[in-house]
Design a protein around this ligand. Structure first.
Ligand SMILES: *Cc1c(COP(=O)(O)O)cnc(C)c1O
Length: 398
């Protein structure tokens, strides 16, 4: 396969998709695929959701862009709704997860600067974390292979081993501004952070006047059966970044903060040309219409439990291929014994799209509208993938 005009920075599969409906995609090869990856947790209410399609058609007929030089009613409405349904009092809109994290980092530093502690600039982050590819977010990520060849990482980040509370306490000093964490690591392999650890981070931040930042770019927007995962996990941050699922497939990111943090971002301190356009906010408002409808999130919780149990059954039946299941809500990782890349390929051959992650895991991040039958079919196809891999193994061994 040659795609010579593009940067070769992605390891693309040789397939594209023409149409979609719910959690199903029609492939260019004529086959139907069951999409349990949602374009990495982005198509949060599935493909071609009738409500999103209708709202976007309406929005496309109006103004596409006016800039943040003027009021944007759709943006104000979206911010009001996020504030009404979360801890936050203030919201800033941008276009991606990395940008949402950049805003979060800038807010944390600026907060201390405005409050007479300008030396507090350092952010504590964790091993295995993924916060994005811009230079600041990349320094927060701190996975050496992502940083290689891009010069000195941006200063001001202290990396701590996940769960090592002694190391965490040791690294906090007079220059620490904030602790930043994904409440469940996504790219790192669906690693659920212990609720007690999150609560302890909150206590440490409160005791030392630090800000707690949750990167909910992947976990947010209904996936845990709550609008944001922090509600399900029982610890509230001061700053939260959102993106992926927020626009249901239209690019939008958001940084949500408390009143005390958001209000330090006075005119001129931060901005972006494209952040919070009428189109992007129409998409996100339509997503919220679906996700916040009566009973929808209860269903997500119920389906999460169902998928977890169904996948556990498959894992137990194929111990040479799969090892364990973990996660919460509709963010589930299957840790593999076979290489996760091989499992992903075998799954695609079986008509199932899943996404490899760190720690040899494959991720299930289905659209939240997936039916129980869709999820049952997904587990059948994961089973078919295991059988195919076992058969290949036997052939190789024979
Ligand atoms: C995907 C992701 C990001 C980066 O988002 P982009 O939109 O790709 O910039 C940041 N944090 C987490 C937790 C993510 O999963």
């Amino acid at each position: 396969m040659t795609i010579n005009s593009l940067f070769p920075n992605y390891g693309r599969a040789d397939i594209s998709f023409e149409t979609g409906e719910g959690v199903w995609l029609q492939g260019s090869d004529g086959r139907r695929y069951l999409d349990m990856g949602s374009g990495i947790a982005v198509t949060s209410v599935g493909h071609a959701h009738p409500h999103l399609v209708a709202k976007m058609k309406e929005a496309v007929e109006k103004v596409w862009h006016t800039s943040n030089l003027y009021r944007i009613p759709e943006q104000e409405r979206l911010a009001d709704r996020l504030v009404e349904h979360s801890f936050a009092d203030r919201v800033f809109f941008c276009n991606s997860g990395a940008e949402a994290n950049e805003a979060a980092i800038k807010c944390a530093r600026r907060y201390h600067y405005v409050n007479g502690r300008p030396e507090r600039t350092r952010i504590v982050t964790f091993t295995g974390a993924f916060h994005g590819r811009t230079l600041g977010a990349l320094a927060a990520t701190g996975v050496p292979k992502y940083q290689e060849g891009f010069g000195d990482p941006a200063p001001g980040f202290d990396k701590v081993e996940l769960g090592d509370m002694d190391a965490l306490k040791a690294v906090i000093g007079p220059e620490t501004a904030a602790i930043m964490i994904e409440p469940v690591q996504g790219e790192g392999g669906v690693k659920v952070i212990d609720r007690a650890v999150l609560a302890e981070l909150r206590r440490i931040c409160d005791a030392q006047g630090l800000l707690l930042i949750f990167d909910e770019v992947q976990t947010g927007v209904g996936r845990f059966g709550t609008l944001f995962a922090y509600e399900a996990l029982g610890t509230t941050p001061d700053i939260l970044s959102s993106a992926k699922g927020l626009g249901g497939g239209f690019p939008i990111g958001a940084c949500l903060t408390t009143e005390a943090v958001g209000t330090v971002m006075t005119p001129g301190t931060h901005g972006t040309t494209f952040g919070g356009t009428p189109l992007a906010c129409a998409a996100a408002n339509a997503v919220l219409d679906v996700v916040l409808a009566d009973g929808f999130l209860d269903e997500v919780r119920r389906k999460g439990t169902f998928l977890m149990q169904a996948l556990s059954g498959v894992v137990d039946s194929h111990p040479d291929i799969y090892e364990t299941v973990r996660g919460e809500g509709l963010m589930i990782g299957v840790k593999c014994r076979a290489p996760a890349g091989d499992v992903t390929l075998a799954a695609r051959d079986a008509g199932l799209l899943i996404i490899p992650a760190g720690d040899n895991v494959v991720r299930f991040l289905p659209g939240l509208v997936a039916t129980e039958e869709d999820l049952r079919e997904a587990t059948r196809r994961l089973e078919a993938a295991a059988v195919a891999l076992e058969t290949n193994k036997d052939k190789a061994g024979a």
